[in-house]
Design a protein around this ligand. Sequence first.
Ligand SMILES: Nc1ncnc2c1ncn2[C@@H]1O[C@H](COP(=O)(O)OP(=O)(O)OP(=O)(O)O)[C@@H](O)[C@H]1O
Ligand SMILES: [Mg+2]
Length: 391
Amino acid sequence: MKITMRATAQMLVRNLASDLYGHPGGCLLELIKNGFVAHMPDPECWDPRLPKLEISLARNHPFTEGPALVVLDHGSGMTEPALKRYFGWLGTPLEKLIEHSNGSSKGASQKGIGRLAALALNENCLKEDIGAIDHGYYLFSRTSRSGDIRYIRVMPCDFELEDGIEVDNFVSPTSTEARFLDNIQGSFTAIVIPTPVFDSAGEIYDAIKWLLPRERDKMFSLTVNGKVVEPPVLADDVNVTSLDGRYRARLGIGNEEKDGIWLCDAETGFRVASCMKLGKFLPEPLDYPDLGGDIFAPGLLRYQNTARDTLSKEFTRKGNKEWQKLLMFLVGDVAPKAMALVQRDSLATDVVKTIGELVDMFHHRYGPPEPRERVVGPGGIRTPPVSPPGP
Ligand SMILES: Nc1ncnc2c1ncn2[C@@H]1O[C@H](COP(=O)(O)OP(=O)(O)OP(=O)(O)O)[C@@H](O)[C@H]1O
Ligand SMILES: [Mg+2]
């Protein structure tokens, strides 16, 4: 007797989607990365000039006849191997791991579960009751330039079916289902998520802005409801680059999100590990929440943990030369400058506080200052002297 293990619907929705990522931006980024990788002719080469991704949010979408979030890429479409992986495997099969033992797509496609994040973007999937497994999303895809479109309903409950999910279902580009794609040309994949967790395009941007490639030259074409999206500018109070250019640090005083400093992958520009999380591995003050910014180092993305916020132990082990090199840069070049920034900032804050306290004290003792009279002379506005100048 042989038995094949199947994933349960509950596991797909809970463990591999909603519980895994800390926030909806992280989930959406998984779909963005998949779209990005689908544009790469060679998944080993990362070229941000190629992808063209479009995210749209509609209150009244013609397909769902209600609210919907659509993530559209103009990549390869679901080729046969991609389909087999998408619907046949959870995680990355051994064969693929061996083939890409150095990491594929520079690590953007590595764990084999990112697609399930789409489930966590459908509000109905997040409900605590058992009914959540009856909700999912829809996948439209085509690998050819024109012609019929593959149309698959992705419902977690269907993964428990004995004979699997039917993937050979096609609709014409002019059919009611595919009409919203507006007679799209070329190969593509569109993920349509009903009852999305987002309410507005602004909310989508806020959720993903810090997750986009941090350096502008790594950013690809991405629009949200037709508007081009760019990552926030890099901090520049501390700007250090190693002699060989492989390591770069751009730090400043933290933003209102108080997200601290992040280690980013130098090739893709993606944030990989939060310094606040890595804490004990890093020299002070890189884990201070009052600091913010990005430190770029090569080869990090493939060592990112599944929840996408820290580095795996495999990278931070003592014997790893890449980790040692990064540490040397952090200890020797970045930490001293970051510490000077912290001291300068706390000094500046103290000075402002002290001046404020002095002013308050004077006002308290002598009352508020009298308003000064302003006169207009040939030179414009000037303030008259308190007492006439004289010998
Ligand atoms: N938009 C897409 N276009 C074409 N193929 C896709 C698309 N999205 C996913 N796939 C295929 O489905 C596979 C599974 O995607 P999934 O995001 O689950 O895993 P992954 O990208 O390999 O790894 P990770 O979990 O690190 O994202 C991909 O490897 C790819 O072959
Ligand atoms: Mg992926």
